[in-house]
Design a protein around this ligand. Structure first.
Ligand SMILES: O=C(O)CCC(=O)C(=O)O
Ligand SMILES: [Fe+2]
Length: 215
């Protein structure tokens, strides 16, 4: 009884998280600009590049592991899974922010998020990720998908690589193109919204992608 009372008392409403919640309830996705500030993005980008240069990234495979050729026709990005416990200071700060959001969602929406998984992703020029749902691995534990863009301020709309989200609509499907601007975070319902990464036309598209899972 006492603890419950204290929990109520130290609850501080967070307007950004409240916006995320109302967006997710109303439209199954939320776009938050400046979730990470310029310094955080620069540090995460440096960290990604350091790991990328040491060649630790792997060619991303699609869920049911067909052969490499077919994989390439579906997605062309390179990924590196980030281990929260072993991460560098910058990654620990990244997870601290994600964990704060998760705690808020669990507390206010009873989402029951118990696990998460995040990876860096690099999409070199010419690569893409065809339209898909994030539950391809017969994994219905993925509840929310989160993408954080690590491109720098010189990223141009003409570079392509938009995240395209398909919104089911009674009459016709709506298509939303989201430019991967630095600091921008997109959160969406993993089991509801199909999406794709449009071909990158110039430069390298950098991001962190992850999933909040129910168990
Ligand atoms: O990078 C993005 O914008 C989305 C990536 C994605 O759809 C995925 O990794 O499943
Ligand atoms: Fe996806």
């Amino acid at each position: 009884m006492k603890t419950q009372l204290f929990e109520q008392l130290d609850f501080v409403e967070n307007p950004v998280y409240e916006q995320v919640i109302s967006d997710l309830l109303g439209q199954n996705y939320s776009i938050i600009d400046d979730f990470f500030d310029a310094d955080e993005i620069a540090e995460l980008r440096d960290s990604l590049k350091t790991v990328y240069e040491t060649d630790l990234f792997k060619k991303a495979a699609i869920g049911n592991r067909l052969n490499e050729e077919i994989d390439k026709k579906i997605r062309g990005d390179y990924i590196y899974w980030i281990n929260e416990a072993e991460g560098r200071a910058v990654e620990r700060r990244f997870f601290a922010k994600i964990n704060d959001l998760v705690a808020y969602l669990n507390r206010t929406c009873f989402l029951g998020i118990l696990q998460k998984e995040f990876h860096y992703a690099v999409y070199p020029t010419g690569t893409f990720y065809k339209r898909h749902l994030d539950t391809f691995q017969n994994d219905d534990r993925r509840k929310l998908s989160i993408v954080c863009y690590l491109n720098d301020e010189t990223w141009l709309a003409g570079n392509g690589g938009e995240l395209t989200i398909y919104l089911p609509n009674e009459s016709r499907e709506e298509v939303l193109d989201i430019i991967p601007r630095p600091g921008r975070v997109v959160i969406f319902e993993s089991q509801v919204l199909e999406h794709e990464v449009k071909p990158v036309l110039a430069s390298e598209r950098l991001s962190i992608t992850g999933w909040l899972k129910t168990r």
